[in-house]
Design a protein around this ligand. Sequence first.
Ligand SMILES: [Zn+2]
Length: 417
Amino acid sequence: MSKSVKISASILFDGWNEPMKDGAVIFEGSKITYAGTSEGSPKADTEYNTQTVMPGLWDCHIHYFGVKGASEEEWNLTHPITMSARAIFDAQADLRAGFTSVREVGGVGLKMREAIDDGTSIGPKIYSAGSPIGITAGHADAHTYPLDFVHSRAALLWGSLGPVDGPWEAVKAMRVQFREGADLIKIMGSGGVMSQRDSPHHQEFSDEELEAMVNEAQTKERVIASHTHGAAGIKAVLKAGIQTIEHGTWLDDELCDLMIEKDAILVPTIFIQQRLKEFGEQFGASMAVMDKIQEVAEKHKETMKLAYKKGVQIACGTDIYSSGMDSMVPHGMNAKELSYYVEVGMSPLEALRTATAMGPKTLGPRAPKSGELKVGYDADIVCLSTDPFRDITSIEDRKNIIGVFKMGNLDVNNGIV
Ligand SMILES: [Zn+2]
């Protein structure tokens, strides 16, 4: 029988409800067996004390790419082994920042996670889409490279097809990712910022292609996450039945209503927009990219205010992808996103929910029992030396994250007693 562990805390946040004073959570092996008041709670084999205990956090939009900056050259010419070797440290940084689960919407995490799951390295649980799927000349294409190079690069990185066109090619690209073990599908529903020659305002996949992909995803019980900035793309993917909108920059009143009607979730990614605006040029972003980012970063925060006010469901996502603290959007800074949510109007409680109970919902039918301190749920737990309800920014500082348990293992011990 596995030994039981109890964590008592002045503040217990279960992932959804108002925080409880003097709470305790107990787990045996990888599952939670008790969460509630400390008084009257059962004894355990090992006991810890902390200021705040809460569920391990979720970042619902990250990438493990193992690159440092924002140049198309670096993205396309970095060797996959170099990318993975760096990304293993990025995974550690995420976990140390209190993020026990990440939804990787494109990247090398799908294969890298095997080294985490077998205990070789530490890192969060990675729920991955593998290769993002997009059209020729779209956001998943590399516009300044020969097309046959782009296809062979995709094959090397992901066993994937590269840019696809037409309903059946799009469906085949999804099936290739299912074959590789993808937990969800990532598509490019509109143009992007970091790609050279497409516009965030344009819809990318056609209605016909979207319909075919949504049918395939439903049959295989996977969620589709759609990178979508412009109104045309957002409307098209929502109408097709896509469940999560990544970025959602030009959501307006009508589109917020449509999101609510369709029960869709917004994954905002304010962090990357702000970092790109500030540091993009320094990290090799082209002038074409910098022009787009000025427009997107400004609009994005405004839209978040609207989406929050209208009551759109929001899950935390940063779009962090780069390696090392001296890089463009560093892994380990994930909690900064929550401070932005408070800045646009959320209470600390509402912001924390986006990274706890809301996280698994972005995986639809494949949602694990995680993100909440509840009996039977995964023992993914973060212990803080501070009160995040008083100061949300206190989670950004890693020295305040004194213990991180993933599936009941104390993977990060930073002074918990
Ligand atoms: Zn992204």
